[in-house]
Design a protein around this ligand. Structure first.
Ligand SMILES: [Zn+2]
Length: 76
């Protein structure tokens, strides 16, 4: 597990599902947990980043490319 994932809500959600799966004794419960994990894997990455300078929030690659501190020229 990488550090970035484990510190996000998404990472923690997955961690809890995995932990539950390792402790589940019922086949039916394990089946549901595996299904939940599969759904989790299908979700697109949603972790957004905030620009420390202007506070703009967006995908990390967008934030890296945005024209920071230049109002009016900031286009995605
Ligand atoms: Zn900025």
């Amino acid at each position: 597990m990488n550090d970035q994932h484990s510190t996000t809500g998404r990472g923690r959600l997955r961690m809890h599902l995995v932990q539950a799966l390792t402790r589940a004794e019922s086949d039916a419960v394990q089946q549901h947990l595996r299904a939940a994990l599969e759904e989790w894997e299908r979700q697109p990455p949603t972790h957004l980043q905030e620009c420390p300078v202007c506070g703009k929030v967006g995908l990390p690659e967008r934030i890296q490319q945005h024209r920071c501190g230049k109002p009016g020229t900031d286009r995605y």
